[in-house]
Ligand binder design. Structure first.
Ligand code: NI
Length: 269
C-alpha cells in the first residue's frame, strides 16, 4: 500500500545538500551582486542527515505499524538494545494502537507519517487537507501514547522549504527526510537491502556518521534484512540513536579532516 518513492531532487536543508550559490546573476561590471546565501546558522526547513562528532546514526521505519511484521522487528531491535524511530500512518495506528504503545514502551521514538500517505505537496491545496493528514495523526498518536509527536516525515519525501516551514509552524513538527534509501519497498531481497544500506547505491549514499536511514516495517524482506544489517553496523562501531537524539547532537563545528571519530566524553554530571 504505502510505499516510498525516490527522494525528490528538491530536497533541501540536509547536510548532504550544499547551499546553492546564486550563479545565474549576470557578471556585468558595476552590477550589485546578490546577497550571500542565507547564513548556515538559519534554521533548516528539513533534515536529511546531521553533523555529529561520533559514530551515531538514526534508523527509521515508515508506514507501520504492521500487525504481522512490526512485532518481529521490535524483537530484533530489543535483542540488540537498539532504539529507532517509527514514522507511523494514522490509519495503521488506528488499527493497531497496541503496537504503537509497545514501540514507545521499548524506548523507540514515534513520528507522524500522515494519515493516508498522500503527497502533502498536493494535500496542501485541499481545504482542511493538512489537518486531516497531519493534525488527525498527531492527535491519535497523542491519544494512544500520551505524547504528541515532534517530527513528521512527508510521504514520498514530497515537500518544499515553504511547506516544511508551514508544517513546523502550524503543527509543531520538524520535517525529517533521509540520507540513505535502500528502496526496500521494491522488495529487492534481504541481501540487497543490507548491501544498499551499508554501502549505498545510485544517488543514495551508504551509512556514515549522522546518517538518517529510511526503511519500511511493512515489507517482509526489510525485516529479514535487519538482523544482518544491524549486526554489520554494530560491528563497524555505529551507535543507534533516535532522531531526536541525533538532532540534539548536531555539531555546528565542522569535523577537522583527519580527526578520528570519537564519541563525546561522557559527562560526570
Ligand atoms: Ni511512507
Amino acid at each position: 500500500m504505502a510505499t516510498a518513492m525516490p527522494a525528490p531532487s528538491t530536497i533541501v536543508g540536509g547536510t548532504n545538500n550544499p547551499v546553492q550559490a546564486t550563479t545565474n546573476a549576470p557578471a556585468s561590471a558595476g552590477l550589485q551582486l546578490p546577497p550571500a546565501p542565507a547564513s548556515t546558522n538559519a534554521p533548516r526547513s528539513s533534515y536529511s542527515s546531521v553533523h555529529v562528532n561520533g559514530p551515531y546514526i538514526a534508523m527509521t521505519f515508515d508506514d507501520g505499524p504492521s500487525a504481522a511484521l512490526t512485532p518481529r522487528l521490535l524483537d530484533i531491535l530489543k535483542e540488540r538494545h537498539i532504539h529507532v524511530t517509527f514514522f507511523v500512518l494514522g490509519q495503521m495506528v488506528k488499527a493497531h494502537p497496541e503496537i504503537l504503545q509497545r514501540e514507545i514502551a521499548e524506548g523507540h521514538e514515534v513520528g507522524n507519517h500522515t494519515w493516508d500517505h498522500l503527497p502533502l505537496t498536493k494535500v496542501v491545496s485541499i481545504e482542511g487537507g493538512l489537518d486531516r493528514e497531519i493534525g488527525n495523526t498527531s492527535a491519535l498518536i497523542k491519544q494512544v501514547t500520551g505524547n504528541a509527536p515532534i517530527f513528521l516525515r512527508p510521504p514520498y519525501g514530497a515537500t518544499n522549504p515553504r511547506l516544511s516551514r508551514a508544517i513546523e509552524k502550524q503543527y509543531g513538527l520538524k520535517v525529517i527526510l533521509w540520507s540513505v534509501d535502500p528502496f526496500d519497498w521494491k522488495d529487492p531481497g534481504p541481501q540487497v537491502v543490507e548491501q544498499r544500506i551499508l554501502s549505498g547505491w545510485k544517488e543514495s549514499g551508504g551509512v556514515k556518521p549522522g546518517a538518517i536511514i529510511l526503511s519500511h516495517d511493512i515489507h517482509k524482506g526489510t525485516i529479514e534484512a535487519m538482523p544482518a544489517t544491524l549486526d554489520a553496523l554494530l560491528a563497524k562501531g555505529y551507535k543507534f540513536v533516535t532522531v531526536s537524539e541525533l538532532l540534539a547532537m548536531e555539531n555546528k563545528t565542522p569535523i577537522t579532516a583527519g580527526t578520528p571519530l570519537q564519541p563525546p566524553t561522557k559527562s560526570t554530571n
